[in-house]
Design a binder for this molecule. Structure first.
Ligand code: ADP
Ligand code: MG
Length: 766
């Protein structure tokens, strides 16, 4: 008898070899397999009669194979199959379909799923590259009737090649569920489940894989059945529960209650070079509120590029200093640390007080570092600005009151500040700053363990950045414009998606790849959007889809009909522009393969105005401030994600001069690419762009899940399930306040919470 916790290799039909494959996909025990949900469903309960099909619709058809032929056309081999039902028939075509030639035999029954297309040659319809499953090969399997046809059939993403196909998964899951019948335990308190009107866990798992007869297909495809909602809720509930507990724990720890009286407020005003915006005032008010409490602050300050986070953070640091504490500011790179250091010195000099500001980065020589560490230890530095070196080099503070982290939005990173406090001292307050605009509801839910302040207003007097899309044929005009701006004493950035050489060898390539985009839809629970797919092909000037689907439910394989577009690279174009269009200007080259020192040298020269045009990759993305730069040229702009484009554009428009962002685009742009570019031209509002980005890409890619250290969900999808996210947050908070259920149920919740947090989110502390 199986249990949810039974190792996967003991499941019938799996064994050690397949188990190893499954383990690589994160499926270790039976429960993991059951949480591998179908990404779509086929209505094989009411399959369509061929004579009833309508052109343009997506349809499930069960029919008999009548004949196959491999056509050798000039451009490519095409595999054609005729299927029939009684006297009606339909053609199916697969481009580059040679691999299919021994796959079918006349007389077999196949299930097909695809878009119905009109056919010119016959009066019948055809399907191009439909997904397919051969239902009966050789002997009729008695189980076919139960699992494959005559029902709403789940379709899974393959777990490895043709062997662990959708069909294979379906069968294994079917048997596992049968074996486990009546024995799948509930994981939430029963009262809770009932109050929310959700099905039991067992029922949910059963129905999500094998939906009851007559379930609405559209509700299934949208993952919105009660069964889906139950599983999604559960996953989000445990996330939110963990966050809520963490937040509570923070709040119970001993922090410092800073005083913010008239004297301190005077010190804050003294460093202000301008009138703060309403949003800046509000954010500072929230921060001051936290700092006065005798519990540690854990606050995220979110504000678009240029919204003025720095001064707010600096004011917070002055509060700590005026209370007799030290403050630290940590930046992600040496350039940014130095930039903050210079800015802080400049601003603090406005005050009569002599604040002692100190820089500590990894690249300082050992002697300086040692001297600085000593000053920090003895309390001879009030404000310490640095990189990760602050943590890594075991810097000991005499009395650390506040840590500000710039451009960090990683789960868990905040924990590490405890290393910086002395055993007998209170926890320092922590303020994290990020310029990544995250739609507010998501931010609130995701950073449930942080309090959130948002600066949603730009300082006055900014001239909007002129953003234009320019086809690459007109690059000459772009270079002429750059020359003209440099002639007026300005500087420019030119950004490329790759460093050099072939595309496959590029560490910095994390922009959405157009070629990949066409195969989107293979990710879990995404409903096929036929209209859109079709469009992308037309717009791209390609007559037929380049993807071939090897197996129903399998990931679409690519077989390009055309060579990949060669991308211009930073290194090549640096040479080309130096000798050509920008000859005579002072060019610099900056990319991720340079050492930190080399990058620093180039960046400083650009900052000092010794370089007119900086040819770069996206390494310049974050935080760099060169007010004299007025032009941002992005080549192959259609290849960049919205967030990146927005960050890149944020590098200009920081000074008084009118600034320009020129998005140079290639010949083939997907509809999504067009949408991104249009949005960039239309608006400069980071939150609006983030919202759109999230919609276009989905949360996984939007956050770059693993990079950002955000949780990686199995059944939930943050974009689709926002409403459930809000609900689970509410329910979790309520649960922490007054836990429901029996003692045993609550113990179970605690245990699962710990497991969930350890296993899924990699956090040991829950
Ligand atoms: P970011 O939020 O990207 O870190 P900064 O703090 O670097 O933004 O601010 C961007 C620019 O705007 C800086 O040059 C800063 O001096 C200026 N600035 C910030 N707040 C105001 C304000 N209230 N009025 C005028 N200028 C401001
Ligand atoms: Mg900043």
């Amino acid at each position: 008898m199986l249990e949810l916790g039974t190792e996967i290799q003991f499941v019938k039909g799996v064994g050690p070899r397949i188990a190893a494959q499954l383990q690589a996909k994160g499926i270790l025990v039976v429960e993991d397999l059951l949480l591998h949900l179908p990404f779509r469903y086929e209505d094989r309960e009411n399959p369509r009669a061929l004579i009833d099909l309508m052109p343009g619709e997506m349809a499930s058809v069960i029919a008999e194979v009548r004949g196959t032929v491999l056509l050798k056309t000039r451009s490519m081999p095409i595999f054609e199959m005729t299927v029939g039902q009684g006297t009606s028939s339909m053609k199916c075509m697969w481009f580059h379909g040679t691999y299919l030639k021994d796959r079918f035999r006349a007389g077999q029954t196949v299930a097909l799923f695809g878009k119905v297309e009109p056919s010119r040659s016959t009066k019948n319809f055809k399907m191009i590259q439909p997904q397919f499953e051969v239902l009966r090969e050789g002997l009729t399997d008695a189980e076919d009737g139960l699992i494959e046809v005559g029902r709403i059939t789940p379709v899974y993403e393959s777990l490895g090649g043709s062997q662990l196909s959708s069909r294979w998964i379906r069968r294994v899951i079917f048997h596992v569920l049968r074996d486990l019948e009546g024995r799948i335990p509930e994981t939430l308190p029963r009262v809770l489940v009932e109050r929310l009107g959700l099905p039991s866990r067992e029922e949910a798992l059963r129905l999500v894989h094998f939906p009851a007869s007559g379930t609405s297909m559209s509700t299934l495809q949208a993952a919105a059945t009660p069964a889906h909602r139950r599983l999604i809720f559960e996953e989000l509930f445990y996330l939110e529960l963990g966050l809520e507990l963490k937040r509570r724990k923070f709040h119970e720890r001993l922090g410092t209650g800073f005083v913010a009286d008239e004297r301190v407020r005077g010190a804050l005003r003294a460093i202000l070079p301008f009138h703060p915006t309403g949003a800046q005032k509000r954010a500072l008010g929230e921060i001051v509120g936290d700092m006065r409490e005798a519990r540690p602050m854990r606050r995220l300050l979110q504000g678009d590029v240029g919204s003025g986070k720095t001064i707010v953070a600096l004011q917070a640091m002055v509060i700590a200093i005026e209370n007799g504490y030290q403050a630290a500011l940590m930046a992600p790179t040496e350039i940014l640390a130095t930039q903050h250091y210079l800015a802080a010195r400049r601003l603090l000099e406005r005050s009569k007080k002599r604040y002692r500001v100190l820089l500590l980065t990894g690249s300082l020589d050992e002697d300086t570092k040692r001297v600085n560490r000593g000053k920090i230890y003895r309390g001879e530095a009030d404000l310490v600005i640095g990189t990760h070196a602050l943590i890594e080099e075991k810097v000991e503070f005499q009395k650390l009151g506040l840590v500000v982290v710039d451009e960090q939005h990683r789960f868990g990173v905040l924990q590490r500040f405890r290393l910086m406090k002395k055993p007998n001292q209170a926890e320092p307050d922590v303020l994290a700053m990020t310029a990544t605009p995250i739609p507010r509801t998501l931010a609130l839910s995701l950073y449930g363990d942080l309090d959130l302040s948002v600066i949603d207003e730009l300082p006055p007097g900014r001239t909007p950045i002129v953003t234009k899309q320019v086809p690459e044929e007109r690059a000459d005009e772009v270079w002429a414009f750059v020359r003209q701006q440099v002639g007026e004493g300005r500087q420019a950035y030119v950004v490329y998606p790759v460093i050099e050489g072939p595309k496959d060898d590029q560490p910095e390539l994390d922009f959405p790849n157009e070629d990949e985009e066409e195969t989107a839809g293979s990710s879990a629970a995404r409903v096929p959007r036929p209209g859109q797919d079709d469009n992308s092909k037309k717009k791209a000037g390609v007559k037929v889809s380049a993807k071939t689907t090897a197996k129903a439910g399998g990931r679409a394989k690519k077989a390009s009909l055309f060579p990949k577009t060669p991308l211009r690279s930073a290194t090549d174009m640096y040479e080309a522009l130096r000798m050509g269009a920008l000859e005579g200007l002072r060019l610099g080259l900056l990319h991720g393969r340079l050492s930190a020192d080399e990058k620093d040298v180039v960046m400083r020269r650009f900052q000092r105005g010794e370089i007119d045009v900086l040819i770069a990759t996206t390494v310049i993305e974050v935080g760099v401030d060169v007010p004299n730069a007025s032009v941002m040229v992005v080549e192959h702009a259609e290849r960049f994600g919205l967030a990146q484009l927005h960050q890149l554009r944020g590098r200009v428009g920081r000074g008084a001069a009118k600034s320009y962002c020129l998005l140079v685009t290639g010949k083939r742009i997907s509809p999504q690419g067009e949408e991104r570019l249009a949005a960039m031209v239309r608006t400069q509002d980071g939150f609006e762009l983030a919202e759109l980005d999230l919609q276009l890409r989905g949360p996984g890619e939007f956050f770059g899940t693993r990079q950002a250290g955000l949780p990686d969900f199995r059944v939930a999808n943050l974009l689709r399930d926002r409403e459930l996210l809000e609900l689970s947050k509410k329910v979790a908070a309520q649960f922490v306040k007054s836990p429901e259920g029996t003692e045993a149920e609550r113990a179970l919740v605690r245990r699962r919470l710990q497991e969930a947090w350890q296993r899924r989110y990699g956090l040991s502390e829950a």
